[in-house]
Design a protein around this ligand. Structure first.
Ligand code: AMP
Length: 397
């Protein structure tokens, strides 16, 4: 069966058409600047990217353009939409309502809307994509795959904050965690790759991209993760601060004459390695600076890596040990310097880095030496494939 995977944001939409039997990507691309001028990127497997500047005032029109491209007689990947067996949608926040992926129904969408307060930037945009697809493909089954679902197995000692309990009871303020599809995919892939029993394993996944989070996966179940009520908590990220003393919010608000929204904007968009470096949120720029001898770029990479290493230490404690640590996502997969900087703190675990292996990329790889007591891996994440697998698991082949 072919599964169309949709990841719909407020002004952009990524898509992949995946043959679930072979797991091959038949076509992929994105719509950008929806509601503005509009740009469609389409790439059929084995062909060059096609980029078309085309008006797409609404998400429905953007999805219609994607469907038209998929069945285009000259360059389409399929002959007709009858060849799309199901659609898998990425939804960011399922709160405590969804502990696993679910078939899209009207009742289910009403429940997702109740979660919108918790992810005002993401969930409404995700839902627009679901509704647009429902209108354009009314008879195709659709599945919602939540970023939060994999983390719902965390115990209360990991998800409750040290604030009045009534805020949890009244408003469900707690740790939810994000990137769940990636943490689930990469932890399972790590166990398979290393020939370990997933149900009897201690794995730490460091998803280090523009957004970054880390999780402790014990016997195939998440027991802790670094993002919280929102994706702002935890590691230092491209533009997000990660953990800070909450009092900084009031202090900066007074000093800079900002309201709460203004400070939150700084913490979400102007902080992280961008704010620290004053140069860029992109780790490639910081690496370039590091190699050119810019000591401040080196310092920023160290600050980022030190936080990752501290979280790994915490999660080793949470699981009373660790069998494998996997790096994934843009920086985790492509940044040997950050991996090296993180691992140099972990000698106490008996970890030894294989420097030659650490300089390779693009495939599942062990980057620790044969003698290392804990296996360290680079495992490329594939959230679209994970969504396609979840979709097939729910709608059947
Ligand atoms: P993601 O959010 O997973 O797509 O990751 C995006 C980030 O990965 C970019 O902002 C870069 O900072 C980082 N990245 C991509 N390629 C490289 C590379 N070759 N070396 C270091 N960082 C990279």
């Amino acid at each position: 069966m072919n599964v169309l995977v949709i990841n719909c944001g407020s002004s952009s939409l990524k898509y992949q058409l995946i043959d679930s039997e072979t797991e091959a990507v038949l076509a992929k691309g994105l719509c950008e600047r929806i509601g503005l001028d509009g740009r469609l990127v389409y790439q059929k497997a084995g062909c060059d990217k096609e980029i078309t500047e085309v008006a797409m005032p609404t998400h429905k029109q953007a999805i219609q353009l994607v469907l038209d491209a998929l069945v285009n007689p000259a360059t389409g990947a399929i002959a007709s939409l009858a060849e799309v067996g199901a659609v898998g949608h990425r939804l960011v926040h399922g709160a405590e309502k969804f502990t696993s992926s679910a078939l899209v129904t009207d009742e289910m969408l009403a429940v997702v809307e109740e979660c919108n307060d918790l992810a005002p930037l993401h969930n409404p945009a995700n839902l627009i994509g679901v509704n647009a697809c429902k209108e354009l493909m009314p008879n195709v089954p659709m599945v919602a795959v939540y970023d939060t679902a994999f983390h719902q197995t965390m115990p209360s000692k990991a998800y409750l904050y040290g604030i009045p309990y009534e805020y949890y009871e009244k408003y469900r303020v707690r740790r939810y965690g994000f990137h769940g599809t990636s943490h689930s995919f990469v932890s399972k892939e790590t166990a398979d790759f290393l020939g370990m029993d997933y149900n009897n394993s201690k794995i730490i996944v460091a998803h280090l991209g523009n957004g970054a989070s880390i999780s402790a996966v014990l016997n195939g179940k998440c027991v802790d993760t670094s993002m919280g009520l929102t994706p702002l908590e935890g590691l230092i990220m491209g533009t997000r601060s990660g953990d800070i003393d909450p009092s900084i919010i009031e202090y900066i608000a007074k000093k800079e004459n900002l309201d709460i929204a203004g400070v939150m904007n700084v913490l979400n968009k102007k902080s992280g390695v961008l704010g620290l470096s004053g140069i860029s949120s992109d780790f490639r720029d910081l690496e370039d600076g590091h190699f050119a001898g810019d000591a401040h770029c080196t310092e920023v990479l160290e600050i980022f890596s030190y936080r990752v290493a501290k979280y790994i230490g915490a999660y080793v404690a949470a699981m009373n040990g660790v069998d494998a640590i996997s790096f994934t996502a843009g920086v985790g997969e492509n940044g040997p310097i950050v991996r090296e900087m993180v691992l140099k703190y972990l000698g106490y675990l008996g970890i030894e880095l294989d420097e030659e292996a650490n300089n390779k990329r693009g495939f599942n790889n062990v980057i620790s030496t044969a003698d290392s007591k804990v296996k360290v891996c680079v495992i490329p994440t594939n959230e679209e494939l994970a969504i396609a697998r979840e979709t097939v698991a729910i709608v059947g082949k």
